[in-house]
Design a protein around this ligand. Structure first.
Ligand SMILES: Nc1ccn([C@@H]2O[C@H](COP(=O)(O)OP(=O)(O)OP(=O)(O)O)[C@@H](O)[C@H]2O)c(=O)n1
Ligand SMILES: O=C(CO)[C@H](O)[C@H](O)COP(=O)(O)O
Length: 421
């Protein structure tokens, strides 16, 4: 389900075989600081558990062979059902421990005990850091190959201070000399496994830094690599809101305008395309007579577009819209994220009665309610169209603003509404 993107095997060198890199995602915590009813890794972002977003980020990288997700005993079944529902591949679920280090150690044991092929390099990445990209993973893996261990770092946001027993300042660290240790980290498997194998209960119960274990027990000095700001860890409730808006922002970067072949629809499609370009990064436009079996449609869906605007003159074009919904459903794209579908009706007649618009509103509401079950959010937009109207561009501007707001908000409460540009 999570598409495999361009592999970076070339950069890793020709000796790099499948099975050389695996990943362990610790997801066995309780999320106390976030304080939700369930551990934060199972909280939904755009309808899908956080752990699934992180798993996808690793899974779409073809040079990572196995992905171990470590969860507490009581969440093993939940994790298995997430794997099934979202079609995850290459994931093995392992039972966690009472601390993060113990969970990671359990994940590594799967390889040491030959239950899965032992990798040369293992990535460790918190399941609650969903925005990890291929470039940083590649950098830590390559550095781990050369240095034995590597990890992403970020500049400190606040100064670190130590307090004395009376609660007063003891000393403060010079901020510019220190860094925040983030994830991902990568290790030669034998080094990190040996480190975990040798470390004591105190390390396992109170330690928070895997790189430190490699240094302490294997004398391996990790290479530190500057990471992007997106590597932060979801820790508090506000982080869930932030993560949700980053996901929405990413989803709203691409839109596809589909028109039928009628002149008015094509013309409005062209104007909207030009106007939307200043709101949305990538706007594509296609004109098709019938949706089904259309190559364009398939290409766009494979391009991971999650927003569609259908412009039609004929109000009763529900059958065609249904065809589009079927294509989206068959391509499984709404399994991963909600898809926004905006049905634009061009009102070309001056004499449309209020009652006929009300009739339309009722139909669109029923339709929207039905397809919401497939994770497709349908909205209606009415444009009064007259190609000679001097106000036409203004109307198109207003339509573009509404469309852009609907796409960016992805508000499920507004489905089925018929807005007027
Ligand atoms: N016994 C544990 C504790 C933590 N983790 C995982 O380690 C990552 C980073 O830990 P943290 O953010 O501290 O998560 P929690 O321990 O769940 O959070 P909190 O400390 O607020 O309870 C998370 O993916 C978490 O699920 C784990 O696998 N096993
Ligand atoms: O900080 C870290 C660097 O190794 C770890 O990534 C980890 O996220 C720490 O988790 P915790 O919040 O449990 O200390």
């Amino acid at each position: 389900m999570c598409e495999s993107r361009g592999a970076a095997q070339m950069e890793l060198g020709s000796s790099w075989n499948a099975g050389s890199v695996a990943a362990v995602l610790p997801a066995g915590g309780s999320g106390e600081r976030l304080g939700a009813a369930r551990p934060k890794q199972f909280c939904a972002l755009q309808g899908r558990p956080l752990v699934s977003h992180t798993a996808c980020a690793l899974e779409r990288i073809s040079w990572i062979s196995d992905i171990i997700v470590v969860v507490s005993l009581e969440h093993i079944e939940t994790m298995k059902s997430i794997i099934q529902k979202y079609g995850h591949k290459r994931i093995t679920v392992v039972e966690g421990g009472v601390t993060r280090h113990r969970s990671i150690f359990n994940g590594l044991k799967i390889f040491a005990e030959n239950k899965l092929q032992k990798p040369e390099v293992v990535i460790i990445h918190d399941a609650v850091r969903p925005f990890v990209e291929e470039d940083i993973l590649l950098k830590v893996v390559k550095a781990a190959k050369d240095h034995g261990a590597a990890g992403a770092i970020r500049p400190l946001v606040s100064t670190v201070i130590a307090s004395s027993a009376d609660g007063c300042l003891d000393h403060s660290l010079e901020r510019a000399r220190y860094r925040a240790s983030e994830m991902p980290q990568a290790f030669l498997f034998d080094i990190i496994y040996q480190a975990y194998h040798q470390c004591n209960d105190y390390d396992l119960d109170y330690g928070t830094e895997c790189l430190h274990l490699a240094l302490k027990y294997c004398k391996t000095k990790a290479k530190l690599i500057e990471g992007s700001p997106d590597l932060w860890k979801v820790t508090y409730k506000r982080d869930l809101y932030a993560a949700e808006s980053i996901i929405k922002d990413n989803l709203s970067q691409q839109v596809c305008i589909i028109t039928d072949m009628k002149e008015d629809a094509v013309q409005v499609g062209f104007l909207l395309h030009e106007t939307l370009k200043s709101h949305i990064q990538q706007v594509r436009r296609i004109s098709v007579s019938l949706y089904k079996d259309d190559n364009y449609m398939q290409n766009i869906i494979l391009g991971q577009c999650f927003n569609f605007i259908c412009i039609r003159v004929n109000k009763s074009a529900f059958q065609e819209t249904q065809q589009l919904v079927d294509i989206l459903e068959n391509a499984n794209i709404s399994t991963l994220y909600p898809v926004v579908l905006i049905l634009v009706h061009l009102n070309v007649s001056e004499n449309t009665s209020f009652s006929s618009e009300m009739e339309d509103l009722t139909r669109i509401k029923e339709f929207a309610r039905e397809v919401k079950k497939k994770n497709i959010l349908v909205y209606g937009l009415l444009i009064h169209y007259n190609k000679d109207d001097p106000q036409l561009q203004e109307t198109v501007n207003s339509a573009a603003t509404i469309i852009s707001a609907l796409i960016k908000d992805r508000n499920p409460e507004l489905i089925g509404q018929l807005l007027v540009a």
